[in-house]
Design a binder for this molecule. Sequence first.
Ligand code: B12
Ligand code: SF4
Length: 461
Amino acid sequence: MKLLLVSPSRKFGKKVVKAIKIPQLSLHILASLTPEDVDITVVDEEIREIDFSLDFDLVGISCMTATANRSYQLSDMFRERGSKVVLGGIHPTILPQEAIQHADAVVIGEAEGCWADVINDFRKGKLQKFYHVPEPDLSMVPFPRRDFHIDKAIFNCVGLLTTRGCPYACEFCSVTDFYGRKIRHRPVSRVVEDIKQSGSKIFLILDDNVAGHPEYSKKLFEALIPLGIEWVGQSSISLAKDKEMLKLCRLSGCAALFFGLESVSPASLVGMKKTLKSTEETEEAIKIIQDNGIAFYPSIILGFDTDTRAIFDDTLEFLARTKLPTMALQVLTPYPGTRIYERFKDQGRIISHDWSHYDHHTVVFQPKNMTPQELAEGHHYVQSEFCSFSSIVRHIPFLLRVSPINLRRIMLFLLLNITGKSVAKCIDTSLDWADNNEKWDSQKIRPDDKVLKGSNVFSSD
Ligand code: B12
Ligand code: SF4
C-alpha cells in the first residue's frame, strides 16, 4: 500500500527559504501511527513539489484555513486519478461538511485516537466519512517519525509537542474548540526520550503556552537542563511573575519565546483573557523576561474593534519604547469556528469568504473604526517601518542586551528580520488583491452602507 502525506502550500508555486522551514510535526505523527508495511511519502509543498507521476492508494492532506483551497484542489485531483483522500487538520475539523465534499473521509480533531482505524478501514474497502476521537490520551502515543527531514536547512530545528488544550477561549482563536479546555500532557520522560531520539539540538516547542501548567512546566524544564538543547516556544506573559519558572526556563535552553501580546491598546486587552491589563505591567514583564536572557518575541494583532487609525503609530512607539528587536504582526483574522467569526458574520462584516485570504495578512472583514484598505495599509506601514534597514541596525544593540549571545542567535535575529521584510512584500500582494477584487468596493462601506444594513455595529457604543 502506498500512502502520500501532504502539507499543501499556502502560496502554491512560491517557494519559501528552506533554511528557516521547520518540518510539519503532524505529518511525522501520522507516519508514526501508520503500520510499518505501508510505503510512506511525505511532502511539504512549500519545500518540494508533489511527483504526480507516482500513484498513491491513499492520500492524507493536512489542512488549515489558509491552505483549504489548495487542499481541496489537490483532493479533487487525486480522487480523479483513483486515489482515496483523507482530510485532517484544523479547517476540516471546524468545517467537516465542507471538507467531505472534496474527500472520501475527514478526521475531525486529533489523529492519535483514530488513524489506525482509517488505515484498517481503507484496507477493507470500508472507509467511513467521518472519524473523531475527542481528546485522546497523549501518554502512550508513539514518537513521531522524524526521518522525513528537510535537506539543507541551516537550523536543524524540529517541532516538539509536550501539551495540548487551552482553558481559555479567546474570541479570535480556534485552539480551545480544537483541542479542548483540559490541558493534556505527554509524560516528561517521553518528551526527553523524543528529544534524544530526534538527534537535534534545536527545537520549536509547538504548545500554545509552555507555562500554562506551572507544576508540569517546572518538571519539564528541569528535565531538559542536562540535555543541553536550545529551544523556542510560546508562552503567556504571566511567566514573568514566576521567578522560579523563569529561571528554570532559561536554564533548560530557552532562547526566545513568542508572546501573544495581541494589542498595545489597553482598551483591547480588557476584553481578553490576559493576566496583564496595563501597558506599564506589560513593559515591566518584557524587561524581566529579557533581563533573564530570554528574547521576547511579541505577536501583535491589528484591527480590533477598539482600534482606531492611531493604533499604527501607537504600536511603533510601543516597540521603540520597549526596545524589542523582533515581532510578528498580524491582521485580525476571523477564522471559521471562532466566536469573532460568528459575531462578524451576524453583523454582516465578513467581506471575503475566499479561505486563501485567511492568512493573517489580508483584511477579510470590515473593521469598526476604519476602512479595510486603511487597515491593510496601516499593517503594511507598521511592518515596513519596523523592518526598514535603519531600524534593523537600530535593533542590534537591543538584541545584544539579551544574554547569553551567540552566533546562532544573531543569525536567527537576522533571519527573523529578513522574514519580516518578505512579510512586508507579501502584504503588498494583499494590497494588489485589494485593488483587483471587487469585494474591496466594500472598503468604502460606512455604517449606512448595504453590507452593514440591519447591524448595530457602529451604534452599539
Ligand atoms: C506551531 C504553529 C505554527 C508554526 C509551524 C511550525 C511548523 N512547521 O511546525 C509557524 C509559526 C510556522 C506557524 C505558521 C502559521 N500558522 Co500556525 N500554529 C502553530 C500552532 C501553535 C501549533 C501547530 C502544530 O504544529 N501543532 C502540533 C501538531 C502535531 O498538531 P496539528 O497540526 O494540529 O495536527 C494534529 C491534528 O490537527 C491532526 N491532523 C493534522 N493534519 C492532519 C492530516 C490528516 C490526513 C489527518 C488524518 C489528521 C491531521 O492530527 C495531528 C495529530 O493529532 C497552532 C495552534 C495549535 N495549537 O494548533 C497554530 C495555528 C495552526 N496556526 C495558525 C495560523 C493562522 C498560521 C499562519 C497562517 C500564520 C501566518 N500569518 O503566517 C501560518 C501558516 C503556516 C503554514 N504553512 O501552514 C492557526 C490556524 C487557524 C486556522 N483556522 O487555519 C492556528 C490554529 C493558531 C490559532 N490560534 O489560530 N504556525
Ligand atoms: S489565544 Fe492563546 S490563550 Fe487564547 S484561546 Fe488561543 S491558545 Fe488559548
